[in-house]
Design a protein around this ligand. Sequence first.
Ligand code: DX5
Ligand code: ZN
Length: 218
Amino acid sequence: MNYIAPSFLSADIWQVAQQISTLEQEGCRYLHLDVMDGTFVPNISFGPGWIKGLRPHTEMIFDAHLMVEEPDRFLPAFAEAGCQICTIHAEACRHLDRSLRLIRELGMQPGVALNPATPLSAIEYVHDLVDLVLIMSVNPGFGGQKFIPQAQQKLKQLWDLREMWGKDFLIEVDGGVTAGNATELAHAGADLLVAGSAVLGKADIAAAYREVHAAANA
Ligand code: DX5
Ligand code: ZN
């Protein structure tokens, strides 16, 4: 089974409670939380306080994606907010090994994200510390961007590497995912597909979720 993680970034702030309960009714298990600091990426979104406010209202797995420079400073706050998966960017950490270990020590599942221009070799010495590797298929910072096709090849290579390493971390793809490319991405190796504008950005969220989920499992 391949899973869809709708991105909260595309939620309608006014309707968010209704939107999340619609996703839950559709059987959606993951909520992707895009945290942006205005330094690592040219945009600001929300922080651990917002996530903590959502936590009592849903059982969904909180899949936090920190687009934050030197995230160690904030990791305890994300653990306290109730994030289960905490993904940090290889490019944003001076001591990636230390940061990933800290996430685990705080009781969260560590993930590492790679920007489109970052080679897979960036995780060669940390792959045994992670539960998830996130391949960015757009340059991070905004929802609604166009999928960068090279990401597909990167997914295939990561799938091969995972086999070679004998690991079972999840492979997540993030950016420009639609019902139109979800099948190919799942076949290329993605286990978890982030969908922002393709799900929470649509008027009929239930239908949009079903469509992307069906495509990812076709
Ligand atoms: C981009 C974020 C994505 C974004 C995806 O910086 O990491 O998670 O919300 O949005 P779409 O699916 O619209 O590309
Ligand atoms: Zn994201």
